[in-house]
Write a protein that binds this ligand. Sequence first.
Ligand code: DGY
Length: 424
Amino acid sequence: MDLDAAARDILRANDHGGYTVPNGRVYPFQWNWDSAFVALGFDAFDRDRAWREIETLFRAQWDDGFLPHIVFWKDDPGYFPGPSVWDTGKQPVTSGITQPPVAATSIRKLWESAKAAGEGERYRSRLEALFGKLLAWHRWFATYRDFEDRGIVVAMHPWETGRDNSPEWDAPGEPIDISNVGEYVRRDTSNLDSKMRPTKLEYDRYLALVQFGRATGWDHARIAAENPFRVADVGMSMILLRANRDLAALADELEKPADAAEIRQWIDRAERGIGWLWDEELGAWGSRDTLTGRYSGFVTSASFLSFYAGLSDEHRDAAISSHFDRIGSAVEFVMPSLDPDDPGFQMIRYWRGPVWAVVNYMIGTGLAEAGDGARAERVRNDTLELMRRNGFYEAYSPVDGTGSGGDDFSWTAAIWLAWNRSAH
Ligand code: DGY
């Protein structure tokens, strides 16, 4: 079977006209970080469509720079919680939380690829237009998600991190009051085996947080000050640091020195402050509850994103690399979303074990950039082998490679295309 063709077919089939759904059955809308990765896949065969994916996403940006995690371009009864539950009152209708800021990094990649193809001049005005929007979103992060100026990202909802049911959110989730959540009907578990999905308790907490945000009228300043869940997410923090480096490079390219200086201040702040997320006892990067100061204590796939963030430190890099090697000999396919030596590891349950192609893409990219060719190749080869054996699933068991979650999944197909490009 021609996997390139199959991957392109998935993107075309999930294309709803300017935006791509992650999977038509389980996730029938536009998701923020999904689209950022999907654009990299389109760029392998349709440059204009790649740019459009992100341009469409930014059409849903709020006036204050906030970029929502879901855009409900068309209603669809197959998903819960839908637009009426979020009730943000925006047009287009959106959710009220954001997602990992991958878009600036993707746009830089699209721009470099356009230039390499001799199409820089054609795409320059599109880059200009997107740059201002990306900058506004990153400013929003600095204001509402890093309100203590630590150079990190404080997530207000597990869905904001993209790693919905990672055990990192268990202890910080305990104080969330779920007594008024009421009755609701989940849709995810009618589409998928419930063993692959979050539990009822986790969903109750997700909904309680949505209700909290809605009760503030999605006032992000109030949410930052009062939300019952405020966790510094190592994944988003690393991703934003990387994205700011890419955005600064774009500012240079567009000859915007004042913007570049503003972005570099965020980078400096992060380089000074992100050590708050280094858990010396664990010997790993980890998330940390800002309300209690407690480390999550878990090695997850996000712990390996420091290379992608452009951080380097001999002691920390060696410690992280030894976790990589230990985990790499425990599973057939890296990088499990949770340490397989953790008692809570579950090989097919969403972010408590399965391997995700997009996280691997970021880990592998970072390792390659840091000059660790051997580990970078392990991540890339394992990821591509999972797709060769089983097709383009949402995620995969690191133990035996079985697909988990939705099939014909857009961002997985996109990573196949993006990671095979150089080989063509
Ligand atoms: C879901 O519905 O599972 C999504 O991950 C929320 O963004």
